[in-house]
Design a protein around this ligand. Sequence first.
Ligand code: NAD
Length: 381
Amino acid sequence: MGAKIRLGILGGGGDSLIGVLHRIASAMYDKYQVVGGVFNPIWEENIGFAEKIGLPTNRIYKDFDTLIAEELKLPVSERMQVVSILTPNFLHFPMAKKLLENGFNVICEKPMTTTFEEAKILHATLKMAKTVFAVTYTYTGYPMVRQMRELVKEGALGKIQKVDAQYYQGWINPIIHDREKRSTTWRLNPEKSGISCCIGDIGTHAFDMLEYVSGLKIEAVLADLNYLYEDNKMDIDGTVMLRCSHNVKGLICASQIATGEENSFIVKIYGERAGLKWEQENPNFLYLMEDGKPMRVLKPGHTYNSDLSLDGTKLPPGHPEGIFDSMGNIYKGVAKAINKEPYDHGEYPTIIDGVRGMNFIEKAVESHRKGNVWVNIEEVE
Ligand SMILES: NC(=O)c1ccc[n+]([C@@H]2O[C@H](COP(=O)([O-])OP(=O)(O)OC[C@H]3O[C@@H](n4cnc5c(N)ncnc54)[C@H](O)[C@@H]3O)[C@@H](O)[C@H]2O)c1
């Protein structure tokens, strides 16, 4: 193996939810080394966090403009090769665009931008930059999600008849009923979050996941969203009917007011011959269901799994693979792309997935606002 890929991080400071997941995932296969970044817009917290996690502070910058300017002064052999963007949503677009324009590879949290228009601009910028761009739809990295994709691809289910994803959380319940709290969280502020909270945050995971495992394209949506309070501008719950390619119909149910739910993301694909079901809270079990037969439970690490699934499994069967492993697999795929090694298209979500995700969010909100009508998802090339 050659030298490690030099990784910079924007956001993901000690106060964040997602930072630790990316740092550990990047280290998992010994492919990356974090060399610097901007963890927090407040300097003392930024530098303090870098010191706390034992990073040299010479490449901790005060903001992302300074990061780019200073990194460009370094020889290519020392410069950051890829930068992960883990900030609130509204910063993804300006950060990613400028990074691409200056030749960096980018790993970006979802939702990729705050509007579909921004997503299309980013796509055009990437075509010019010709670097690697990944969007971290984390759950696609799980070994049994990869196995689900491969089983569907090889025809184990027969013709697909129905796709269904339910993503239920309850975390916003204590916030939404408190006027002060619901007016101060960034996730309910359209300027920081974009036009949608629930569909933008978790509905977009469900959309990407259904396309990832089924191989279908979602072509049109009809949404009914829930805001609960007049002064709340952001959906916190929604049901979206789907029309997919090959005349397949489906459903996405997403909620952040499913009181008591934690991270209940359940994905189901039903074909003529069999069905598959996967649950994020028990990610090592993939249920294979057939008419008249006992349900079978497929698990990671066994040789009956596909190469794509086994490539994302580090230990023998019986050692649970969790969300850190899932994100680690995405970082591994991105490393292959950066190092120009062969890789499978299922190894990491690309900018196309990011653009389609933004299109889904906008079309779901449009459908709701127009009185729950069918709205088409645009093709992305
Ligand atoms: N892939 C997933 O499953 C998943 C899960 C959770 C969050 N996310 C996404 O990750 C992103 C961050 O979410 P979070 O929950 O960690 O948010 P958070 O509010 O917990 O953390 C945001 C971090 O960004 C930092 N930050 C803010 N402004 C900055 C700036 N100008 N420069 C540098 N750093 C800055 C903050 O200091 C903080 O450390 C969001 O886009 C969210 O949708 C993805």
